[in-house]
Write a protein that binds this ligand. Structure first.
Ligand code: HEM
Ligand code: 2DC
Length: 468
């Protein structure tokens, strides 16, 4: 007995009234929490409309499996109008993040080989390891300068620099120099622009950017400024490499993603620029915030922190200088990163327009429907993760019950393109931190999260770092 589509319980069907209710509840900043109570209320799938997106929402792993089976050959997620509007406005090409259909597929296939293929890890890992070493050296210096043999701080700015330095070294095959004493103000400006870009995107999920543009609204103007800053800095980095490529000096050193793509000569320069800019912008807040949440959890769980330190020490000893070998010997640390993304996912939801009819818990859902998997809600659902409030990296060691549960980077051919970079960068960061410092937290207050397109800590996370 399959129930028809229109019988799916609807929450907030009327766009305008919802928008008002949403605004009154400070919903812009609480989308993830609203999705939690909605999904627990509804039990099964529910439809949900705010602003201009209408979607069917699910949170169970089995339903996620059904969804991704129906994503088709050109998986398509919710279109972030603010991002496409900016590019249309400035006459810039879409990169792989925003392309769809065959254009997406043909670009993505080429990018996959240079960015996410496991073969590239051998090239990326040494570069990222060097950045990790420089980061701990910088923290040691900060501790020395404090004169207290410890450093108590909100690490987020340092982590932004670490993340940008990491992704920059992989993309450009050279260092940007963000972990030095003197920091290029333009690089700092780039970091600030990314935060502003995310922040100004979320209201435009509800109010069409075209309207805001006509009204000359501040969010739209800020958004344009933010992307202008992002593209300006990325253009400078890209030009710099492009110029160097024309010089005849050749070596067998890995030249970075950008130079590899240029030499491969399979994508137009405009396509390469568009996607490299997205990779550079996508590589900052995502990994840094995930690392910040991880340090926060490790500070709250000292015994676990020691366990991880021991795992890293053993992995280091057994791998005898083989970097990739070491990364294969840290299952608990990888579990910790999955656990962080379960409780603090970067993306509140994954979405696809399904390309065939499906049945979700006996409801018929027609092809073409936008289906959203509430990732944040799923991570906190006790029927999916027993004792969901507990940070337990070891739950990921039993791989047999991880079916459609580890989805922090999305799924399938449209999953996060930066995934391998992100994972390697985060693993190496934690390895170096655990080998050098103990991380502590003052008071045991729960830090809540807020939604600014990605999920962020609502208040600063203050940590104390002590040398071992
Ligand atoms: C897409 C998460 C880091 C670049 C995505 C998606 C998610 C995600 C959930 C959508 C996937 C889907 O729809 O199935 C994350 C998380 C990160 C992270 C949790 C770190 C903790 C990065 C980094 C980069 C990056 C470091 C760049 C180096 C991208 C790009 C896409 C994407 C370009 C679009 C891919 C496409 O549409 O084909 N990411 N990301 N991300 N991410 Fe990431
Ligand atoms: C935000 O309702 C909430 O990885 C919306 O590195 C649905 C939605 C659509 C696309 C998601 C977005 C959410 C969160 C941020 C994501 C984005 C796809 C890629 C992007 C998950 C869930 C992100 C952060 C990229 C960003 C790269 C960009 C800055 C060039």
């Amino acid at each position: 007995l399959v129930r028809p589509f229109h019988e799916i319980p609807g929450l907030w069907k009327n766009g305008a009234a919802n928008l008002y209710a949403f605004w009154k509840q400070d919903g812009f900043k609480n989308l993830h929490h609203i999705m939690v109570w909605m999904s627990y209320d509804a039990i099964g799938p529910f439809s949900f409309k705010i602003g201009y997106y209408d979607s069917v929402n699910i949170i169970k792993p089995v339903d996620a499996a059904t969804l991704f089976r129906a994503e088709g050959y050109y998986p398509k997620r919710l279109r972030v109008e603010a991002w496409t509007s900016y590019r249309d406005y400035r006459n810039r090409k879409y990169g792989v993040l925003l392309k769809d259909g065959e254009d997406w597929r043909s670009n993505r296939v080429i990018l996959n080989k240079e960015v996410i293929s496991p073969k590239m890890l051998g090239n990326f890992a040494p570069l990222l390891d060097e950045v990790g070493q420089d980061f701990v050296a910088r923290i040691h210096k900060k501790i020395e300068r404090s004169g207290q043999n410890k450093w108590t701080t909100d690490l987020s700015q340092e982590l932004f620099k670490y993340a940008l330095e990491s992704v920059g070294s992989v993309l450009y095959g050279e260092r940007l120099g963000l972990l030095l004493d003197y920091i290029d103000p333009e690089a700092q400006h780039f970091i600030d622009c990314i935060t502003l870009m995310f922040k100004t995107t979320s209201p435009m999920l509800y109010i069409p950017p075209a309207l805001l543009r006509t009204l000359g609204a501040k969010v739209w103007r800020d958004h344009v400024q933010a992307w202008d800053g992002i593209f300006g800095q990325a253009d400078r980095c890209i030009q710099n490499i492009y110029r160097k490529l024309k010089e005849p000096v050749q070596s067998d050193k890995y030249p970075g993603v950008l130079a590899s793509l240029l030499m491969l000569d399979k994508l137009s320069i405009e396509d390469i620029k568009a996607s490299v800019t997205e990779l550079m912008a996508g590589g900052v807040d995502t990994t840094s915030i995930t690392l910040l949440w991880t340090l926060y959890e490790l500070a709250r769980h000292p015994a676990l922190q020691e366990e991880l330190r021991a795992e890293v020490a053993t992995a280091r000893a057994q791998s005898q200088g083989d970097l990739l070998g070491m990364l294969k010997r840290i299952p608990l640390l990888k579990g910790a990163l999955k656990e962080t993304l379960r409780l603090h996912p970067v993306a509140v939801s994954l979405q696809r327009y399904i390309t065939e009819d499906i049945a979700i818990q006996n409801y018929h859902i027609p092809s073409g429907t936008l289906v959203q998997l509430g990732l944040f809600a799923m991570g906190r659902d006790p029927s999916v993760f027993p004792r969901p409030e507990q940070y337990q990296p070891s739950r990921w060691l039993r791989t047999e019950n991880n079916y459609f549960r580890s989805l922090g980077f999305g799924f399938g051919p449209r999953q996060c393109l930066g995934r391998r970079i992100a994972e390697t960068e985060m693993q190496l960061f934690l390895i170096h931190m655990l080998e050098n410092f103990r991380v502590e937290k003052q008071r045991h207050v729960e830090v809540r999260s807020t939604f600014q397109l990605i999920v962020l800590p609502e208040t600063p996370i203050i940590l104390t770092i002590k040398p071992l």
